[in-house]
Ligand binder design. Sequence first.
Ligand code: NAI
Length: 333
Amino acid sequence: MAEPIRIVVTGAAGQIAYSLLYMIARGEVFGKDQPLILHLLDIPQAVGVLEGVVMELADCALPLLREVIPTTDPVVAFKDVSAAFLVGAMPRRDGMERKDLLSANVKIFKAQGQALDKYAKKDVKVLVVGNPANTNALICSHYAPSIPKENFTAMTRLDQNRATAQIAAKLSVPIDAVKNVIIWGNHSSTQFPDPKHATVVVNGQSKSVWDAINDKDFLQGKFVEIVQKRGAAVIAARKLSSAMSAAKAACDHMHDWYNGTKPGEYVSMGVVSDGSYGAPKDVIFSFPVEIVNKQWKIVQGLTVDEFGKSKLDITGKELLEEKSEAMAVCSAE
Ligand code: NAI
């Protein structure tokens, strides 16, 4: 068997981590032959809950799980890790200004970026889940200059999974019949779920989702809105934000980053923008990517119509605004 690899999960006492830790420790991300040492980071107020999580992980009796290290110290948390799931973040509380939220998160992701820079493996793969995920990933990367920018990503896979599920339900096909739905931009309500290049297999034949649904008003209207507002709908129903589905999406994201995408298929990830498709450069923008040998590449040459361009523009502007607000906090520090 391989040597164990070290994986850190932050926000380890929270709701997403409660599902995520089990999925990782079962081998669903790094493989059924890859032993793991899990580093669990949370804040001092959460230590009691964290102890309970450690007990439950032990009680799961999982053969791949060699050690669990709960900690409130980023030095311990990030030491020699090969992959980082940055789930913990400052949540928005009632009456909290957007600026205060951003500023609290800049502090968290600055400290974690610095710790990654100093203590993690140089090829560490970082997935930021905690919101605002795209801008948190940007800040984290900014404070970890010795790690390639390509190694910092933000999660839009939950949005992709939600969009795929909506299309599969609409066409009454199994979920894996639908491929290549794209999420562009920010993981926020300005994201653009784009079904233009998606395909579906019906009766053994692959065809365009656009043609199969054949309802432009739905695909440019209700569908986009459902996906953009799905997180809010789950909160309204559960009184808590998406957790099981967010954990599954985090596993899918990291799994595909490690194992690659199939030929002709792509997935959406928030990655550092090179300006492709007119997106602003040097923000973490969600693009369709293909992955080979653990390296992602933005899929090129897809057509984006005027409607799509206007949507990309809105979400790109929001990311630029978030970036300049976050950078203002950084320089004021
Ligand atoms: P939660 O509130 O249940 O758990 C968050 C945990 O993070 C808590 O245990 C808290 O103590 C911890 N934490 C706070 N600051 C920390 C720090 N500096 N270092 C380490 N741990 C810290 O929240 P939940 O439901 O698990 O969600 C976590 C984050 O994921 C939220 O920001 C949420 O908005 C975001 N999210 C992102 C999604 C995406 O698609 N990108 C989807 C769903 C949620």
